[in-house]
Design a binder for this molecule. Structure first.
Ligand code: WTA
Length: 654
């Protein structure tokens, strides 16, 4: 459409509108970003990114065909945009502000130092023959070296795959093998909440089954003694000292992969969600700046772990692309005391804080004095992400932490979306905030609510509540391109069910004013404390126990964690339920997946409710687990209805 072309100020205005625009102006801009999306993204990409050579085509996307490509033919490097570009003005500005597990450990890394450290690490990787396109696993504590490692990969065009340090050896192994990683960057140990995690030992166990791994680079975190095998183990700090503090940035194509990040889906096998260079960088940069109202001098406090997408997009890539000072936190919110976040806010004069509903609920349980004691007057924006936030937690965040003065941004997005998709915008929507509602789509994003038949529902279709499946009707630069090594699975998981739409896997509601409320997953994924967990993964873990004949795992509401896990287990003949066995079963998920996956409740069942064709009726199991006994829906296809009564009886006394 021609209208936008008459309005060359669109992009510049969007860039600064957070400070000035009224709601109507936002609406107007939002509509423009949709109806001439190519123009919007073309202008934004030219303005926001530094290109070695400019793209020749804005996008080539077709959701029906599963084809997604942005800024075709463009050449750039992510670290050139996140580091080099800022050096003339920001060499001595702190890029990464780090606080360790205990408050006495603080490190400040300037942009110049970041440039040098990343270069050194990149040179180390090169000296071990790691090159563009190779996959490198990163299994690290939250220390600045983890950021250096990610950026060093990006510097030379290697593809990083960060694995959260809470994952077990088995999970790490599966991810290393699936991505065919040739190197792992890890640490001797991690420290979190006063506990140590033997990362190197776990890595050794994991790589026994990964013959492609040639080198393990080790960062010294605790300095405790660890197994060291000189043939393929390398101390990273020693190697970095030998290297030059300059490494040329590899020239990357817009669509070269930047990283893989494994996430859970409805089957047992995690998916290597793949993000590419230009689109991802642009989208995280723009969302970071506008959603958090980033301004010069801000100290941006994202409390996530780099093992999850939030850490990638809003500790590393988005903030650094904006030349921000980004905060990195090794610890947990209640260690050594429940006021830790606010103590850090005061100490560093943080301007934004970005955390999860689980963390908010955990802190809100404690005395309010832990918050009030610290000066929070520098805070302007309070963000939440990862799971639906309940009204009570939202209000506590707004009233107690933000003293009704700060904007709350309840940001909905996913590993697959790369960046924030639905959120209020600070200043613009301040007067329209609604607790528990992620609210409005970001620029260039067109969400829709679908019913099971794939028909679009909209808020003007009557006074009935609009509720259904959340889908996105268009492409955006930050979206994942594929699942590593399995594009068909990508297509089947997100694009096949309703052709022409990206299906999110979340349910949602839409109100009359166009706000979205995310109600939670509608597939076999559970969201425990904001961590995605596939029920099939937990069932696979249980099936390795000799006593387990069959199991079905479901989520149920939990006061702090949002959701918790209940496993219905049928025992093999000859096994009897007792405390030891229950403990062992519960530990299977912890052992095979990681500590965060511990099963909360186990119910030993005589049988599982199945249809006559033998399919487990999970819907019924979910209802029982949530104690919604009177709302079980249609049970007419059930092979043996007495199974359900028995389970209800057992659940009531669990
Ligand atoms: C959930 C995290 C409600 C949702 C960035 C989604 C949310 C999954 C919100 C993605 C929110 C994330 N309100 N639910 N503000 N943000 N979710 O891939 O179920 O770790 O599908 O990405 O978290 O989790 P992931």
């Amino acid at each position: 459409m021609a209208t936008n072309k008459k309005n060359p100020t669109l992009i510049t205005t969007v860039g600064t509108m957070a400070a000035t625009a009224a709601v109507a102006e936002y609406q107007d801009h939002y509509q423009k970003t949709l109806y001439d999306s190519d123009y919007f993204w073309d202008q934004t990409a030219r303005q926001e990114l530094r290109w070695y050579s400019l793209f020749h085509r804005v996008q080539d996307c077709d959701l029906h065909a599963g084809r997604i490509a942005w800024f075709l033919g463009g050449k750039l490097n992510v670290t050139d945009n996140c580091i080099d570009r800022h050096l003339p003005e920001r060499a001595n500005q702190v890029a990464i502000l780090w606080e360790g597990d205990t408050p006495d450990q603080i490190r400040k890394i300037t942009y110049l130092e970041l440039h040098q450290e990343v270069s050194r690490l990149a040179n180390v990787l090169k000296s071990y023959e790691i090159k563009k396109g190779d996959r490198v696993a990163i299994y690290m504590p939250m220390v600045p070296e983890a950021a250096f490692a990610m950026l060093a990969c990006a510097r030379i065009g290697a593809v990083h795959s960060v694995v959260f340090a809470g994952f077990s050896a088995e999970s790490l192994r599966d991810r290393i093998c699936d991505a065919k990683c040739t190197a792992v960057i890890t640490a001797d140990e991690a420290i979190r909440g006063g506990k140590t995690i033997p990362l190197k030992r776990i890595t050794d166990e994991a790589i026994m089954a990964c013959p492609l791994v040639k080198t393990i680079f080790i960062v010294k975190r605790t300095g405790n003694k660890i197994p060291f095998y000189p043939e393929r183990n390398v101390w990273l700090d020693e190697e970095m000292k030998k290297q030059m503090p300059y490494c040329p940035a590899e020239v990357m194509d817009s669509e070269d992969p930047l990283f893989l990040l494994y996430t859970s889906g409805s089957t047992g096998k995690p998916k290597g969600v793949t993000h590419t260079t230009a689109g991802y960088l642009l989208y995280t940069k723009l969302t970071h700046r506008l959603v958090f109202d980033h301004q010069e001098g801000d100290i941006f406090g994202c409390m996530a772990d780099i093992g999850w997408i939030t850490g990638h997009s809003y500790i590393i890539y988005g903030p650094l692309a904006n030349g921000a000072t980004t905060f990195m936190f090794e610890g947990i919110p209640i260690h050594p005391h429940p006021g830790r976040y606010w103590e850090m806010v005061e100490r560093h004069k943080m301007t934004q804080i970005y955390t999860s509903p689980t963390a908010i609920r955990t802190i809100a349980r404690e005395s309010i004095d832990y918050v009030k004691k610290y000066d929070r007057s520098t805070l302007r924006v309070l963000g939440t992400v990862g799971e639906p936030i309940n009204e009570e937690a939202w209000k506590w965040y707004y009233e107690v932490v933000g003293e009704k003065r700060c904007d709350i941004v309840d940001t909905w997005w996913q590993t697959e979306t790369g960046g924030i998709m639905i959120t209020p915008l600070p200043k613009i929507h301040s007067k329209m905030l609604k607790p528990g509602w992620a609210s409005y789509p970001f620029f260039g994003i067109r969400p829709v609510v679908l019913n099971e038949k794939g028909e679009e529902l909209n808020s003007k279709s009557g006074s009935e509540k609009v509720e259904g499946l959340l889908a996105i009707k268009n492409c955006w630069p930050g979206m994942a391109r594929t699942i590593y090594g399995d594009h068909q699975r990508f297509y089947n998981s997100y694009l096949a069910a309703y052709p022409g739409y990206y299906l999110t896997g979340d349910g949602c509601r839409l109100d009359e004013e166009g706000r979205y409320r995310i109600t939670g997953r509608v597939d076999d994924v559970i969201n425990v404390s904001g961590h995605r967990l596939g029920t099939a993964e937990v069932e696979n873990a249980l099936s390795t126990h000799p006593a387990c004949a069959e199991s079905a795992v479901v989520g149920y509401p939990h006061e702090i964690k949002g959701q918790a896990t209940l496993a219905y287990v049928v025992l093999k003949e000859g096994y009897e339920s007792n405390g030891d066995l229950l403990g062992e079963l519960r530990n299977e998920a912890r052992h095979h997946i990681g500590a965060f996956a511990t099963i909360d409740k186990i119910l030993i069942a005589k049988a599982l409710p199945k249809t006559r064709s033998g399919k487990i009726m999970r819907r019924v199991l979910r209802k029982i687990a949530s104690a919604e006994y009177h709302d079980l829906g249609d049970l007419s296809t059930l092979a043996d209805p007495s199974v359900v009564e028995q389970l209800i009886h057992q659940h009531k006394i669990l």
